[in-house]
Design a protein around this ligand. Structure first.
Ligand code: ADP
Length: 443
């Protein structure tokens, strides 16, 4: 529903000033802010000026619209004649409509089908105007005289000065905001450079650690092999008979050298993986063949009187894709640990396939001493061993499980452990049935 507030006739150029004044008065009594009053007055006077260009007459109607949740001021400017296309008057009208679009909420008309131009601006919130108030406003406006044009020009100048001041203030705000942003950016860039620098230093430290490990390990390997070979010569009585005490001492030397070379080998493997110099070589693996080889390799470690070593292929007879060497190294580590920490009972190696995620799992379960919950994750850290009576009897390096974890990652899988102290432990290796090839770009 539309309720008329005021109609102003524009017959001469001078009347545009009057329309402007009326537009400001109407918008003021409807509760628009000072800035909106200027916007409305400017849009209406521009459109009216274009409408009466070249001596035409126009009518400007101010009305209140009740169509939406919030009331709107609607100003309609209808000219007595439509300017011919491409004329100066038409260009002026187009420019006025552009201004109105910018300053009002909506602007329509102005074409050949709809010559009257309608502009709308929504009233500020909590400014609903009832019928009685509207009638009062209309009466007040009718009774309010319009100031002379000089007064209106003064008013316009004041508005211009205020707008300029406001613009300058905004520009200053923008400038200080830009400066703040620049400072923040500079800070972020500095921080980023620092992080890069730290990352580079870490990378270098890591590289140096790997290089140091690998060099030292190489240096140790040769003398250790000589010690083992010489001990073996002595134990084989190549240099003559040994007294029982000498034999005991040489055996001790040989065992210690063997342990050390195991540690060196593990260190070398870890360093190579860390340096990214180890790559899995996937090929079809048959569980039965893998288990047969493992049984042969583990036989010397099994004391059949106390512990039985059982393999169960879980009925898996189709080959799967993996690096058999790495897989065997992980399982050997699990099995030798299980045998080391089990005094009586069994060590079972069971394969099982899980179709849904397409994985194959190898579980090594023992009936040994078990591991406390607090140590379960620690044992995957380098050089970690859990204090227990069997530990002292059977030496180790604390490098086997960390190596298993790295190897499993290289195979696209993972290792897990569950354990109950006094009952036993289960170490599992879960692998994808299809080897995950890194994506490579086709050239
Ligand atoms: P290592 O066996 O050479 O000491 P690992 O990294 O293979 O090194 O194992 C780390 C530690 O984890 C072992 O020293 C032992 O304390 C514990 N552990 C590993 N496997 C078992 C197991 N099956 N039962 C009990 N403890 C185990």
């Amino acid at each position: 529903m539309s309720q008329r507030i005021l109609v102003v006739a524009v017959e001469r150029d001078m009347d545009v000033v009057l329309v402007r004044q009326r537009a400001r008065q109407v918008s003021m009594v409807l509760g628009f802010t000072k800035q909106d009053q200027v916007r409305i007055a400017t849009a209406v006077s521009e459109v009216a000026r274009a409408a009466c260009h070249g001596g035409a007459a126009a009518r400007v109607t101010f009305a209140l619209l009740d169509e939406h949740a919030r009331q709107q001021l609607e100003v309609t400017v209808s000219a007595s004649c439509v300017p011919p296309p491409y004329s100066e008057a038409a260009a002026l009208a187009d420019a006025a409509v552009v201004t109105a679009h910018r300053l009002m909420d909506a602007c329509s008309g102005g074409g050949a089908d709809e010559p009257a131009i309608r502009m709308r601006k929504t009233l500020p919130p909590q400014q609903a105007v009832g019928a009685a108030r509207l009638a009062q406003i209309a009466a007040e406006l009718a009774a309010t005289p319009v100031a002379n044009s000089f007064g209106e020009v003064q008013q316009q100048n004041r508005e211009l000065v205020e707008t300029l001041a406001e613009l300058r203030e905004r520009q200053e705000d923008l400038l200080s905001l830009t400066r703040e942003l620049e400072d923040t950016n500079r800070g972020i860039v500095a921080l980023y450079a620092e992080i890069e620098d730290k990352a580079e230093r870490l990378r270098r430290a890591d590289e140096m650690k790997s290089r140091f490990l690998s060099n030292t390990s190489h240096e140790l390997r040769t003398p250790l092999s000589s010690i083992r070979a010489l001990s073996k010569l002595l134990l084989d009585r190549m240099d003559g008979e040994l007294t029982p005490e000498q034999e005991r001492q040489v055996l001790f030397i040989e065992r210690t050298a063997t342990e050390m070379s195991e540690m060196v080998n593990d260190l070398l493997d870890l360093a190579k993986i860390e340096a990214g110099r180890v790559e899995a070589q996937p090929a079809p693996v048959v569980v039965d063949n893998l288990f047969r080889a493992l049984r042969g390799m583990m036989r010397p470690l099994v004391d059949a009187e106390r512990v039985e070593l059982v393999f169960d292929n879980g009925g898996i007879d189709t080959p799967f894709d993996s690096d058999e060497g790495m897989l065997s190294q992980i399982l050997r580590n699990f099995i030798s640990n299980a045998l080391k920490f089990t005094e009586r009972g069994s060590v079972r190696v069971v394969a099982s396939a899980d179709e849904a995620p397409g994985t194959i799992t190898f579980a090594v379960t023992d009936t040994g001493i078990g591991i406390d919950a607090e140590h379960l994750q620690l044992i995957f850290e380098e050089f970690t061993q859990v204090e227990n009576p069997l530990q002292r009897r059977s030496k180790g390096t604390g490098l086997g499980l960390p190596l298993c974890r790295r190897l499993a990652e290289l195979l696209g899988g993972r290792v897990d452990v569950t354990s109950r102290p006094g009952v036993g432990s289960t170490f599992t290796l879960t692998l994808p049935r299809r080897f995950p090839h890194p994506p490579h770009l086709d050239s």
